[in-house]
Design a protein around this ligand. Structure first.
Ligand code: ADP
Ligand code: MG
Length: 143
């Protein structure tokens, strides 16, 4: 099933993430895709807040993985933009995150498409300049 949302500000994207974070359950994986600067991290920040995480959340581009343990569920926030292959993911120990008791958010998940379970939730964010600079179309696809 695919649901489509339209947001007109970072705050609205944050809010959508927040509501999904509130509803998230243990073991879920959320894939976040879309061009650079489209709002994946804004969504992730809302999502983390929705899980009750108080720590500031930023794009973990240089560390690939950040873990937040102070919310309702552990959050594993990946940014795999710089990942070359699945082997690097293994070095990070992604399996413990994917198949553990927490929730995973994976920015640029397409980089590691081969290791994503089919049950993952796909969040795809797009701009449409005809609709304004701050417009975003957010598709959420679940099995
Ligand atoms: P990404 O992680 O996809 O590279 P970021 O979340 O870091 O992108 O940045 C998104 C940028 O777009 C921010 O500067 C944010 O303020 C801006 N922005 C403008 N409109 C929106 C919107 N509707 N939703 C999300 N971000 C928006
Ligand atoms: Mg980001």
């Amino acid at each position: 099933m695919t649901k489509i949302w339209e947001t007109a500000s970072p705050r609205e994207t944050w809010q959508l993430g927040y509501e999904m974070g509130q509803r998230a359950s243990a073991g879920q994986i959320y894939c976040l895709d879309g061009d650079l600067g489209v709002g994946k991290t804004v969504f992730a920040q809302g999502f983390a807040a929705g899980l009750g995480i108080a720590e500031p959340v930023n794009s973990p581009t240089f560390t690939i993985l950040q873990q937040y343990m102070d919310g309702r569920l552990p959050l594993y926030h990946f940014d795999v933009y710089r990942i070359g292959d699945a082997e690097e993911m293994e070095e990070i120990g992604y399996e413990d995150c994917f198949y553990g008791e927490g929730v995973c958010l994976i920015e640029w998940s397409r980089q590691v498409a081969g290791i994503l379970p089919e049950t993952a939730v796909r969040v795809w964010i797009e701009k449409d300049m005809e609709k304004g600079f701050d417009y975003r179309r957010i598709s959420v696809e679940t099995e």
